[in-house]
Design a protein around this ligand. Structure first.
Ligand SMILES: Nc1nc2c(ncn2[C@@H]2O[C@H](COP(=O)(O)OP(=O)(O)OP(=O)(O)O)[C@@H](O)[C@H]2O)c(=O)[nH]1
Ligand SMILES: [Zn+2]
Length: 366
């Protein structure tokens, strides 16, 4: 497909990326990957680019170097309209799934399955429906998804979706969710009435790239369609119906929105349960981390130690019991995941994460 004169800045290209581009190479954004090749978008449109020798060597050394949706790549022009993907530019953020433990040099079993699911995501929308079946929003799930969001290095934003369903309960619900998401922007949104959709879109100003995390039925696809102003995603209602209006085109993974900005949606991103998230948990529970600094013992487990500031806050009612329980649960989960993840990959993630979050924590958007 050829679209002459496409402006790469609408895909998120900027000067700092340009500074990383090898001389003579053509910049392109990865829209989807296949085995050994990627669908890329460059100034003259979509291309199917096979991996060049240099990239194949890098991926053989470490699967983390495999291109993924959202990556920026350097293309080499082979012949008129034919490109090869030669390298991937350094990633600013990454959603990583850690796989089974690696046998470092002649170990017993397994291999490195550290896999980057999406790269260069700027904002992660955590979508939690105001009402799910007969229940209000699930705060534990919000906290869990927030941990995953922080872990990626992108800016988390919590969306209470289907805000039209709860009437006058909305204000109280937003208060509860805000308490579970300190320091994170929070919006109510209804794709049905359009309420809040523009505010969500404003987070994508400057051609930012988003992913939307949330349970099945949270309204993710419906929201993408509302943002796109057209039906780019199949929703549950369409899937459950007679199939009319069903999209027969290949499912796009990098979706440019008509009003600006992009959304990444992949099956991997939808199956969020397996991300590594120990750093993210600390950030979601920054209130508890702060309390813990007041504990008498540096290695306080906040179970029964004397002088425990966390237990004191629980006692006084300052810290809700639900929140402490949620923190413990996510920490156990994160520790378990950490044990399964390749240590080297994790170290690299931690390093990147520290750099990104130093600059992010002070920042907040309206
Ligand atoms: N009342 C109301 N219903 C909504 C809203 N947004 C989505 N829905 C409905 O909720 C159902 C699920 O929406 P989807 O957008 O398919 O949810 P999803 O999160 O993409 O679900 P999965 O694809 O399973 O992950 C559909 O029947 C939608 O019509 C909303 O703002 N208000
Ligand atoms: Zn303590």
């Amino acid at each position: 497909m050829t679209t002459p004169g496409l402006d790469l800045s609408s895909l998120g290209w900027n000067e700092s990326l340009a500074a990383e581009l090898p001389g003579g190479a053509v910049p392109a954004r990865v829209a989807r990957v296949d085995r050994g090749a990627a669908d890329v978008i460059t100034t003259d449109g979509h291309h199917h680019a096979a991996y060049g020798a240099r990239l194949r060597r890098a991926t053989a050394e470490d699967p983390v170097n495999l291109p993924c949706v959202g990556d920026w790549g350097a293309l080499t022009l082979l012949s008129e309209g034919r490109y090869e993907l030669d390298s991937i530019l350094p990633r600013r953020t990454a959603f990583v799934r850690g796989g089974v433990a690696r046998d470092s040099r002649g170990g017993l079993s397994g291999d490195s399955k550290g896999q980057v699911l999406a790269a260069n995501v700027d904002v992660v929308f955590v979508a939690e429906p105001s009402m799910h079946a007969t229940d209000f929003a699930d705060l534990g799930r919000v906290e869990r998804l927030l941990a995953l969001a922080w872990e990626s290095g992108a800016e988390p934003v919590v969306l209470i979706t289907k805000a039209d369903l709860v009437g006058e309960h909305l204000a109280g619900l937003l208060d509860d969710v805000a308490a579970a998401a300190p320091g994170v922007a929070l919006h109510a949104v209804s794709s049905l009435t359009g309420e809040g959709v523009e505010v969500v879109r404003s987070h994508l100003d400057g051609s930012r790239t988003a992913v939307i995390l949330g349970a099945s039925g949270a309204g993710k696809s419906t929201l993408v369609n509302a943002l796109a102003g057209e039906e780019v995603m199949e929703t549950q209602r369409v899937r459950a119906g007679d199939g009319r209006g069903r999209h027969t085109t290949v499912h796009r993974e990098l979706i440019p929105l008509a009003g600006g900005g992009l959304v990444i949606d992949t099956p991997g991103i939808r199956r969020v349960g397996l991300y590594e998230m120990s750093q993210g948990v600390d950030l979601v529970f920054s209130d508890i981390e702060e309390l813990a600094e007041g504990c008498r013992f540096g290695d306080c487990s906040h179970e029964s130690e004397p002088g425990c500031a966390v237990l004191a806050a629980l006692e006084s009612g300052e810290l809700p019991e639900r929140r402490l329980a949620s923190w413990r649960k996510l920490q156990r989960e994160a520790n378990w995941m950490a044990g399964r993840t390749d240590a080297r990959l994790r170290a690299e993630q931690t390093r990147k994460w520290k750099i990104i979050h130093k600059s992010m924590r002070g920042r907040s958007r309206p």
